[in-house]
Write a protein that binds this ligand. Structure first.
Ligand code: ATP
Length: 207
């Protein structure tokens, strides 16, 4: 029995992690792209060793973990350094993501929580694409609550795909402009839909 592959995306501060947490509670296997990106450069990995070889030991903190700010400082304004970083991290992220998809129990609904799904044009790789949508002003407000400055929140929002571009690839839109309870209700409905889709897919492949 194959798994149902669900892509979950949304702009920064839209509520992706909140929605994927609710889906996990309902029984989804969640693959968090942010966590995977951290895992591949965690201490004692080949990824971190490759970064040190490429950028020098100045990118390490005292405890030998990656100093993200130092690395960001190197790659931020230099596309060739950025390409070097991507050449090290991207294949590792892809491999570990595939490993996680493969490790999900047969018949699972697997949710890939990926902020840049739209920007990377990856929608074709999923059976169902979910977009968590939230007006930009509300996202700014929620990001302020999370400790970002307003300027930082706005520039991050501006650097990502537009709301329209995201909505254009959605099979389901979760409107997160209301309360958490309102989001939960939509997630419950989505879960029922995904279960039905998984079942139809299983019957289709069996018949
Ligand atoms: P990022 O891209 O930065 O990972 P995200 O899309 O995963 O963000 P969350 O972390 O889920 O977004 O939500 C952003 C913030 O808004 C969090 O502090 C979260 O608790 C809060 N939040 C999410 N949904 C709601 C809601 N419906 N009502 C109030 N606060 C919310």
């Amino acid at each position: 029995m194959s798994n149902l592959r669900v892509g979950l995306t949304g702009g920064i501060g839209s509520g992706k992690s909140t929605a994927s947490g609710m889906l996990a509670q309902l029984g989804a296997v969640v693959i968090d792209a942010d966590l995977i990106a951290r895992e591949v450069v965690a201490p004692h990995t080949s990824g971190l060793a490759a970064l040190v070889e490429a950028f020098g030991p100045g990118i390490l903190q005292e405890d030998e973990s990656l100093d993200r700010a130092a690395l960001a400082g190197i790659v931020f304004t230099d596309p060739s350094q950025r390409a070097k970083l991507d050449a090290i991290t991207h294949p590792r992220i892809t491999a570990l993501t595939q490993e996680r998809f493969a490790a999900a129990p047969p018949g699972s609904i697997v949710v890939h929580d990926l902020a840049l799904l739209t920007e990377l044009g990856l929608q074709g790789g999923y059976d169902h694409v979910v977009v968590v949508d939230c007006p930009d002003e509300l996202r700014v407000e929620r990001l302020l609550d999370r400790g970002l400055t307003e300027a930082d929140a706005r520039s991050r929002i501006a650097s990502q795909a537009s709301r329209q571009d995201r909505l254009a690839i959605a099979d389901t839109v979760l409107d997160n402009s209301g309360t958490l309870a309102e989001l939960e209700l939509q997630v419950d409905q989505l879960w029922a839909l995904l279960q039905a889709q998984a079942q139809a897919q299983a019957q289709g492949s069996a018949g």
